[in-house]
Design a protein around this ligand. Sequence first.
Ligand code: SF4
Length: 360
Amino acid sequence: MPFANLIVAWQKSHGRHHLPWQNTRNAYKVWLSEIMLQQTQVVTVIPYYERFLATFPTIHHLAAAAQDDVLALWAGLGYYARARNLHKCAQTVVAQWEGEFPRQAQDIMSLPGIGKSTAHAIAAFCFGAKTPIMDGNVKRIFTRYYGIEGQTNKREIENRLWKQAHENIEQADKNLDMPAYTQGQMDLGATVCTRSKPKCDACPLQSSCYAYRENRQAELPTPKIKKTIPVRSVNMLVLQHQDRILVQQRPEQGIWGGLWSLPEFHNEQELQSLQNDWQQAQQSALKLAAFEHVFTHFRLHIQPYWLTCTHLPLREESSNSRKHQWLPLDQLETTALPAPILKLLQGLHQFSGTVDLLGS
Ligand code: SF4
C-alpha cells in the first residue's frame, strides 16, 4: 500500500479524532489551532484555543478586537509574534478577502504569520487540496523512514523532504482523503514516531522503515548543532502602591512586543530616575531573587527589585513616556503580561531574604 494510504488507514483506526479543532472545515478554527500548535503542546493549547474562540467566535470578532485584548488571551503561550500576526492576519482576511480565507495554499501563504506548511495544512484540511505538509513531526517521520541524513533546517534537506512529500501524494490512490492524511502524519509523529523512544511496534510504516531496520531511530533526524546562547541581564522594578503594580507597555518590536511588563533599569542612576518619575523619594528598594528566562536566541537574566509607594504619583507620564498603568493585582491573569513576569508578581508575597539596594 502506498505511504500516504498506510497513514490514512492508520489514522482512521488509531489517530486522534476528538481534538477541539477537528471535525471542522472552518478555516478560521483550523488556522487558529495551527498557529497555536506551533512550538506548543496540544494539552497546553486546548484551554487557550477554547477561550480564544469563546471571546472571538469569528474572524470578524478577532479583526475588530484591540491588540491588547488579543495579547491578554495569548499571555502564557509564548512566541508573542504569533499573536500579533494572528491579529494582523484576521484584519487582512476581513479587509482583502471579504472575511473568507483564500482557498489556494499560495494565497494563504501570503497572509501575515502563515508559513508554507501551515498554509498547506489549511488548504488540505479545509478545502481538500492535494498539498503536503512539512512540520517537525513530518520531518521526523520522513528522515527516519527514508533514511534522510543532514539537518532538516538546511535548504538542500528541506527541498528533498518537500519533494518526497509531493511524490507521496502523487503515488497515493487518486481519492486520497487529504484531511485524514494530513492529520495522520501529525498524529503519527506526536504519538508513535516520537522524538525519543518511538513506538515502532505500533507503527504502520515499520515494515519499510529505514531507521527501524538499521536501528538508527536515535540518530535521525540528524541533531541540530547546539549553539551556546548568550546571556543578557536586566534589572526590573516592581513598584507597588497598595494593591496595584506599575506596568509599562513594551514596544511592538523586540521581545514581549506589545505586552505589559515592569519598568527596566541598568544602573542605580536609571533606578533613581525611575523613582523620580514616580515621585518616590528616599525609600529603599528590596532586591528579590533573580531568575532566568530562556528565549530562542538568548537567556535573559532578570534581577527584580521591589519598592512600595505610600501615595500614587501625580505625574501622568514617566520620562520615557512609555504607555503605563497601575494594574490591580486581581487583574494580573487577565492582562497581557509575559509568563515570567506574571509568575513573579503572583509570588511577590513569597519572597524572603531580600536586601536593601539603596541602603547597601
Ligand atoms: S517504524 Fe519507528 S522510526 Fe520508523 S516511522 Fe515508524 S515509529 Fe518512526
